[in-house]
Ligand binder design. Structure first.
Ligand SMILES: Cc1cc2nc3c(=O)[nH]c(=O)nc-3n(C[C@H](O)[C@H](O)[C@H](O)COP(=O)(O)OP(=O)(O)OC[C@H]3O[C@@H](n4cnc5c(N)ncnc54)[C@H](O)[C@@H]3O)c2cc1C
Length: 350
């Protein structure tokens, strides 16, 4: 609403980008499309979807049914993420639409350029947005202080860029169809960075899977002396990796386990790094379910479980933090035995 109390018509642009195929929108982009559609409806605004990528026109068919105006920035220059070209492409899309609200997925590709683009078009940006609502004004929700305080932010400044956290909206899934796409020309800047290729970890080394339904958390108990007086790290390692292979779960860790080092800098469980750490000084992922094993469930760890739908834990300690109201179901049991049995059942089923 402006100072006269009259609502201004918002123009909404959803910035999206393609995945590694070069011609399909990423899931996070489709989530941003859903957010854009919902906000457009609430504000009775107009919606444009801007697509950036090698073959952005081809990617447009999946959003044809939205009825939005579709703009594309396409070509070899946008085949790989690179600051100079991505920023120029997004800037061109913003200038072509003169949007007052720009929504974009908080992907690594857009997180890198969005603040720069907002600055170029004289706008403001807020990141890690988890929800949007629009009546007289646009309200954006985000968490602060390690997901302990939830705030609703509203700004008069326009254009206002909002980067959305992945997993906070359902991915748009309308009928694919023939799309009318307007190509937006970009004056390409001089580039200093040439992308020569990608080096990605082997599939089984990729243990962080944000799209997995299940978060599997390992705690320090896996490397501690067990009732037979021995430690069983090799067995723990194969039980955990088998479980991940059989379930496709994402691997999380307590800080105590991620901190443990064997020789040199390598972790006792070599597939674990601090990237896996969940908690106050780790991450706060979003999964439908979580299973904690050999972890005590202390508050600095459990604060990272805020967005896990259903929480279960396996611990030997009947007085662990999980049993004190932090999990929905706690199995007081030996995780070595339970996971071995679960793996055998899963193996038999597959
Ligand atoms: C400022 C600050 C920030 C922190 N940030 C984080 C953070 O981000 N993330 C985090 O995780 N921690 C964090 N911590 C540390 C946290 O307080 C705990 O020390 C840590 O989470 C403990 O890890 P753990 O439960 O794996 O280990 P432990 O406390 O050693 O617990 C191991 C558990 O395994 C159980 N166990 C052993 N063997 C078995 C078995 N065979 N079957 C089943 N259970 C078994 C034991 O009974 C025990 O309960 C932080 C601490 C501070 C002070």
């Amino acid at each position: 609403m402006d100072h006269s109390g009259v609502s201004k018509m918002e123009t909404i642009l959803v910035l999206t980008h393609v995945d590694e195929t070069g011609s399909a929108l990423t899931k996070a982009s489709l989530e941003a499309v859903t957010a854009g559609i919902e906000l457009t409806r609430q504000l009775s605004a107009s919606l444009t979807i801007g697509i950036l990528g090698l073959n952005a026109e081809a990617a447009a068919s999946v959003v044809a049914a939205t009825g939005a105006r579709l703009l594309a920035v396409s070509g070899d220059a946008f085949a790989q993420p690179r600051y100079a070209t991505d920023a120029a492409g997004c800037e061109a899309l913003c200038r072509a639409t003169q949007a007052s609200i720009v929504l974009a997925p908080g992907s690594s590709r857009f997180t890198r350029v969005a603040a720069g683009v907002a600055h170029r078009v004289g706008g403001f940006i807020d990141t890690h947005i988890t929800a949007l609502s629009g009546n007289d004004s646009v309200d954006a929700t985000r968490w602060f202080y390690r997901q302990r305080i939830e705030a609703v932010v509203s700004r008069n400044a326009r254009p206002w860029f909002l980067l959305l956290d992945a997993g906070t909206h359902t991915a748009y899934a309308g009928e694919s169809g023939a799309a009318t796409v307007e190509a937006v020309a970009v004056t390409l800047p001089a580039t200093r960075t040439a992308v020569e290729g990608l080096r990605i970890p082997l599939l089984d080394a990729q243990t962080i899977r944000p799209d997995a339904k299940l978060l599997f958390v390992t705690g320090a108990g896996w490397t501690k002396k067990q009732p037979d007086g021995q430690i069983h790290v090799a067995e723990a390692s194969s039980l955990i990796l088998d479980f991940l292979r059989l379930t496709g779960a994402s691997l999380g860790s307590s800080k105590s386990l991620a901190d443990q080092k064997a020789e040199g800098e390598q972790s006792v469980l070599p597939f674990l790094t601090h990237m896996n750490q969940i908690g106050q000084t780790g991450s706060t992922p979003r999964h439908a379910k979580g299973l904690s094993t050999c972890c005590h469930g202390e508050e600095p760890h459990v604060v990272g479980w805020r967005f896990i739908g259903e929480r279960r834990a396996i611990s030997l300690d009947p007085n662990c933090g999980w049993t004190r109201g932090k999990a929905d179901v706690v199995y007081i049991a030996d995780a070595f035995q339970v996971i071995a049995k679960v793996n055998a059942l899963l193996e038999a089923r597959s």
